[in-house]
Design a protein around this ligand. Structure first.
Ligand SMILES: *Cc1c(COP(=O)(O)O)cnc(C)c1O
Length: 365
């Protein structure tokens, strides 16, 4: 049996450190915004090369808080991808703004600068690229477009912790960015968690206020805020894993490159690294017209596989009405043929060979 992500193997390596941290927290009973959250925020800011990193309750909340802090609201349009997890667009809806979905590049699966430019109107206030599957979007060009048109750049970094462009981390380019620590993400905790990053002092102050009931001084409330803090016990897990994130991401890249090398001659499309940044392979995603057959063969061997994402957001029931008539041909074609294979820091070369032989048995038959 080979799961999509083997969290148990990773836990075994860091068990002692995490249990010692949990025991300390339990003894101290400092559960809300305690010393581990503060230390993790500092360590994450240093790692990401940003002035402020602010923990919150989830990746969805991180994007919501980022949009709020940047003043995006009703009547505003936010250009983003339809080939992503629903949370990207949910966050835009939470602030009362309108997601404007543009098409993706067929190779990197990220929204393109040309498509963003074509979608800009007088109501556009922000661009929210998703660094899908761990591959950075074209941040240099997207940032230039945002600067030229006076738009906010808000990065969805839920899948890209540790990915970089020209030596700079994703999450350090935009006005603000949101990260997710959902357990299966590249940097994952043992429950829900998220992080907002920004280099702007005012935005950071607003994010801290919004995540904690609109309050800067306890029991004094200036705006209607939220209860969205990063949990202290989760911060213990995140501090242990942050120390090892480069090693985890290097192992993912090794696994991805071995897969691609072993499948180079098979009639299917392996992931494309577009060279804009360093891909950290949150997912290893291929394209094949025979996806269903391949997945059935993998499932028969108890090998994990999944489709991220089978239905693009503009075709989801919740968005169908407001996106009527919108056609995103590349997004739709990719959604119809994509599938992802197991990938994580503990995936062995032998497992990869076994998975590839099952796939070869289908596509070469
Ligand atoms: C996981 C994810 C989110 C949401 O993160 P949660 O922590 O699950 O709320 C947002 N955007 C993308 C692209 C994601 O993959």
């Amino acid at each position: 049996m080979i799961p999509m992500v083997d969290l148990k193997a990773q836990y075994a390596e860091i068990k002692d450190e995490i249990e010692a941290g949990f025991a300390q927290t339990l003894d101290s009973c400092a559960f809300i915004l305690g010393p581990n959250v503060q230390a993790f925020e500092k360590e994450a800011a240093a790692y990401l090369g940003v002035k402020h990193a602010i923990g919150c309750a989830s990746g969805t909340d991180a994007l919501h808080l980022a949009l709020l802090a940047e003043g995006i609201g009703p009547g505003d349009e936010v250009i983003t991808s339809a080939f992503t997890f629903i949370a990207t667009a949910e966050a835009i809806k939470y602030v009362g703004a309108t997601p404007v979905f543009v098409d993706i590049d067929p190779h990197s699966f990220n929204i393109t600068p040309a498509n963003i430019k074509k979608a800009i109107t007088s109501n556009t206030k922000a661009v929210m690229p998703v660094h899908l599957f761990g591959q950075p979007a074209n941040l240099p060009e997207i940032k230039a477009i945002c600067d030229q048109h006076g738009l906010k750049l808000i990065e969805d970094c839920a899948q890209s912790f540790g990915a970089s462009v020209n030596g700079l981390q994703t999450g350090s380019f935009g006005d603000a960015a949101g990260f997710s620590f959902f357990p299966s993400k590249n940097l994952g905790c043992y429950g829900d968690g998220g992080l907002v990053t920004t280099n702007c002092d005012q935005a950071a102050a607003r994010i801290k206020q919004y995540r904690n009931h609109g309050s800067e001084v306890r029991y004094y409330h200036d705006v209607i805020g939220y209860n969205s803090r990063l949990d202290e016990l989760q911060a213990v897990v995140l501090r242990a894993k942050l120390k090892r994130i480069d090693q985890y991401n290097a192992a993912r890249r090794h696994a991805a490159h071995l897969y691609s090398q072993l499948m180079a001659d098979l009639p299917l499309t392996t992931p494309h690294e577009d060279g804009i940044g360093v891909h950290v392979y949150h997912q290893y995603t291929l394209l094949s017209e025979r996806r269903d057959e391949i997945m059935k063969a993998l499932q028969d061997q108890q090998i994990g596989c999944a489709v991220y994402y089978p239905v693009p957001l503009h075709q989801q029931n919740v968005f169908k009405a407001e996106c009527e008539g919108l056609s995103l041909p590349v997004t739709e074609a990719v959604a119809a043929a994509c599938f992802s294979l197991p990938i994580c820091s503990s995936l062995s070369d032998d497992s990869i060979r076994q998975i590839v032989s099952v796939i070869a048995g289908v596509v070469n038959a």
